[in-house]
Design a protein around this ligand. Structure first.
Ligand code: DQA
Length: 139
């Protein structure tokens, strides 16, 4: 099974960025524990702060991989380009947010990408990535 995690803007700063909201763990540290938990899964990780690079990555792997876990970060709320890329590919996408987007500022309550995902996990912390992975493996 080939599963990819794609993280959007500012998620490279996890661990340093607003730790009261996003926690103290860097994504690299979390990714190591996730890989150790699922040794048989071919797990890859891509992060970009650039919208077009996320679109390019979705296109590059989206007809080949078995699943994509996407945290589009702020792009979630307004990127029709990422929304259209999810719609265009055949690989199922699970959208994950570390924080509960519905419990935060109003502009975060809307996900323009979530409707194209198989499902959305929000507010369960980093655990959301693991739960999304379990879902994709059992699907
Ligand atoms: C986020 C929530 C978004 O609103 C925010 O812009 C992020 C991270 C989350 O994982 O909770 O950068 O996607």
């Amino acid at each position: 099974m080939k599963i990819a995690i794609i993280n959007g803007p500012n998620l490279n700063l996890l661990g340093k960025r607003e730790p009261e909201i996003y926690g103290k763990l860097s994504f690299d540290e979390y990714f190591e524990t996730l890989k150790a938990q699922f040794p048989k899964v071919e797990l890859s990780y891509f992060q970009s702060n650039v919208e077009g690079e996320i679109v390019n990555q979705l296109q590059a792997i989206g007809f080949e991989y078995d699943g994509i876990i996407l945290n589009g970060a702020a792009y979630t709320h307004y990127s029709y380009a990422i929304r259209d890329a999810i719609a265009a590919i055949s690989t199922p996408v699970v959208e994950v947010h570390i924080s509960n987007i519905y419990a935060r500022e109003e502009f975060r309550h809307k996900s323009v990408t979530g409707g194209q995902a198989v499902g959305v996990i929000t507010g369960l912390g980093m655990k959301g990535y693991e739960l999304a992975l379990r879902f994709l493996l059992e699907r």
